[in-house]
Ligand binder design. Sequence first.
Ligand code: PLP
Length: 426
Amino acid sequence: MISDSTAMPTFDYSLPNLTRDDCLQLDQADPLSSCRERFLLPEGLIYLDGMSLGPLPKRSASSLRNVTERQWGEGLIRSWNTADWIDAPIRVGAKLAPLLGAEPDELIVADSTSVNLFKLLIAALRVCPERKVILTTDDNFPTNVHVADGVQQLLPDVSLRVVPADQIDSAIAEDVAVVAMSHVDYKTARINDAERITRQAHRQGALVLFDLSHSAGAVPVELNAWQADLAVGCGYKYLNGGPGAPAYLFVARRHQSPFRQPITGWMGHAEPFQFEVEYRPAEGIRRALTGTPPILSLAGLEAALEVWWGVELAMIRKKSRALGSLFVRLVEQWASTPELSLGSPSDPEHRGGHLSFHHPEGYAVMQALIARGIIGDFRAPDQMRFGLAPLYLRFVDVWDAAAALAEIVNERSWDQPQFKRREKVT
Ligand SMILES: *Cc1c(COP(=O)(O)O)cnc(C)c1O
């Protein structure tokens, strides 16, 4: 059935007689299979939570050791210059650029997604001061709405408009300063049409600010081809930067010289070591910086971005769609309870790198899966999420995870007190 590596993307996942052996053969033919070795993955575990916290790349582990013991331990303060710590936010931003369809000088890595969102929302509102509305969607990640609400409270003449995602086009009116949206929905993985939304926003004279937290490393992102203005996103999800890895921030070149962000710290100053009292913003994207960069976290992320070197992004997308289609197909075939239903778009064209399933006892079902060494996560009120990261997942993992999920829901083995005890992080 599978003769060469090109067979992978055209494989017919809907075959009724598909077997586990077919999956093993697919893994052998998979041109991305060697990428798995770039990660330290615990033996016997199926990790389907790369959209929440990517696994540890081997080169990040060794880089963190080097930066800690040599650069910090031995180099001490000298490493700001000798190891070029000072330019890490710019250098790592440049390494991220190819994954986002941006130029190297359009990105920096700094702060958290929430903080970067705050900076960019205020900067966007300053571009066109007569426009007073921030437009977002009601299914956006809560922090995005909270931060926009915080901006609204800070600036009395600014207001936040929150609409259902399918009404976004008609909600882009002449008073909108910025349309702030997630490109891929954090719960359902639905892909919003960034190019169309950008076109629509520009037609009305508004800017767009995309959150790429669930896009970068999962689906094709073409910030400049879309003509996007601003963007933010997380470093610790599909980019595998490590827990609490710094986030990124994109400002299209054409917006960089008038760009003014509100947290004007010394690292965004034109000459921080002149110690001038007056603030003069640095040229270019550097002015988006605020304080001293978190060098250890940046080192983890920088090494994790190097894992993508030589990886064909079109192949990532193909494999991601294939893994998703297979998972959906097997669960639909094996799960015999109507309580379980797909929460993601059924057309792989319209969904990103993870799958979501509704189940009224989704939390307990997920805990039962985790107890069997299959790790996904849960998003209240009833969605289980399964991340299908093509860099390190195999088709056989999808087979085994789908089999376990079906068994747990069919046999109701989730119905035990230890699976219902809620942890702080779900
Ligand atoms: C994960 C995620 C965040 C997280 O923001 P932090 O500030 O890094 O905690 C924000 N927005 C979206 C859309 C996300 O998916």
